[in-house]
Ligand binder design. Structure first.
Ligand code: NDP
Length: 359
């Protein structure tokens, strides 16, 4: 019975998140993506951070009351992963199969999706934002449960590094949901469709694979990383966060109000009289300094868990490299089409793709 419950746990949690997403008060905002074949911007109702806190509180109350052990999600992590994998597949098929084909091949449609921005009740639920929300919250529950497993196993001998890495990942998720509106201005929201990549990716891959540093080390004894090194690793994480959050916020403010200063930096832009591109601040360092930030943050988290010779935790930042380097190339192509000669001028002003001075 418990194995079946473990298998069904993600689906039950995702259904609970759906209900909260619908019912908890949220704020309506206008996004950046437009309705299909229209210039009208989509509307969204955002309440992700409230939903995160309610779900974590529910989990803590259930465990505190003794209905489930604190590390139950760790114990049934493989069953949970299997449930999420199957549910992610079903979700992707349901969103793709009934809709009009876009590409020549079914497999391309299945992977990349057919619908651009499926919404329910005029944006009260947005499929993409709900997907990112379930991924983030399930990841949060997983890493908390994995850390609890470590603490139950080792008690006072628990690893400060594992607890720190759990804290940093929690910060990463709270930060994402605090700035949920900024996410509306990102590539996947305005340029991608909802298929297996996004659907299965958020339902199964994101909440389980991103926990791999904690998953692979929760049962290991403390690596006894010296405190000064842990401080250095946390600084590495926050350096990455500053790059990523700084770039995303600077662009967000620029798109909303091209004259607004950010962190005391007045925006400097190039224009062809019609379109404009930022060329200073974070966007003057490289064309995707935010991607570098993401990789550096992941590296900080992996270093914190200790065990630097273990391969598994490193899969997390390596995955970012595999995801973001090709994504930068795709985005460059898209921008070259959209901005034309202005993009060439931008390439001259900001020659580096991701790593300033190197790449
Ligand atoms: P960006 O936020 O960098 O968005 C790229 C778009 O920004 C371009 O298509 C273009 O769109 C616009 N743009 C590019 N250069 C400029 C410029 N100089 N001035 C003004 N506008 C510009 O990329 P993503 O959407 O891919 O990523 C967003 C964030 O999400 C990043 O921080 C990234 O690291 C993070 N991320 C995190 C992942 C994770 O798993 N944790 C996965 C993927 C991304 P347009 O001109 O049409 O507005």
């Amino acid at each position: 019975m418990e194995q079946i419950a473990g298998f069904l746990a993600p689906v039950i949690i995702y259904a609970y998140i759906f209900l909260l997403n619908v019912l908890v008060p949220g704020r309506w905002v206008t996004g950046y993506a437009t309705k299909t074949n229209s210039t009208e911007k989509l509307r969204y109702r955002l309440n992700g951070i409230q939903v995160l806190f309610i779900v974590v509180l529910t989990w803590a109350l259930i465990c505190h009351a003794g209905f489930l052990p604190w590390d139950w999600l760790y114990t049934y992590r493989w069953q949970g992963l299997a449930g999420a994998v199957i549910f992610g597949l079903i979700f992707s098929l349901v969103l793709v199969l009934p809709n009009t084909p876009v590409k020549g091949s079914f497999f391309a449609d299945f992977y990349l999706g057919r619908l651009e921005n499926p919404q329910l009740w005029s944006g009260r639920i947005d499929a993409k934002m709900w997907l990112y929300l379930v991924g983030a919250i399930m990841l949060q529950l997983n890493v908390l449960s994995f850390a609890m497993h470590h603490c139950l196993l080792y008690g006072t001998q628990s690893s400060t590094g594992i607890l720190l890495s759990t804290g940093l990942l929690t910060f990463f998720l709270i930060d994402y949901l605090t700035f949920e509106e900024v996410h509306l201005y990102t590539y996947d929201l305005f340029a991608e469709r909802v298929g297996f990549k996004l659907g299965w990716g958020c339902i199964a891959f994101y909440p389980y694979f991103y926990a791999i540093p904690q998953w692979s080390t929760a049962a290991l004894p403390d690596a006894n990383t010296p405190t000064p090194l842990l401080i250095l690793y946390a600084l590495i994480f926050f350096t990455g966060w500053s790059l990523s959050r700084g770039a995303n916020l600077q662009k967000y403010f620029f798109k909303k109000d091209p004259k607004r200063t950010f962190l005391g930096i007045a925006p400097e832009a190039i224009t062809d009289g019609n379109k404009t591109l930022l060329v200073n601040g974070f966007w003057g360092l490289s064309r995707h300094i935010n991607y570098l930030g993401e990789i550096v943050m992941a590296t900080g988290i992996v270093l914190c868990v200790g065990h630097p010779l273990l391969l598994w935790p490193w899969l997390y930042p390596l995955y970012y490299v595999a995801l973001l380097f090709p994504r930068q190339i795709d985005d460059d192509k898209r921008c070259a089409l959209k901005y034309g000669p202005l993009w060439n001028e931008y390439l001259k002003r900001v020659p580096y793709r991701i790593i300033p001075g190197i790449y």
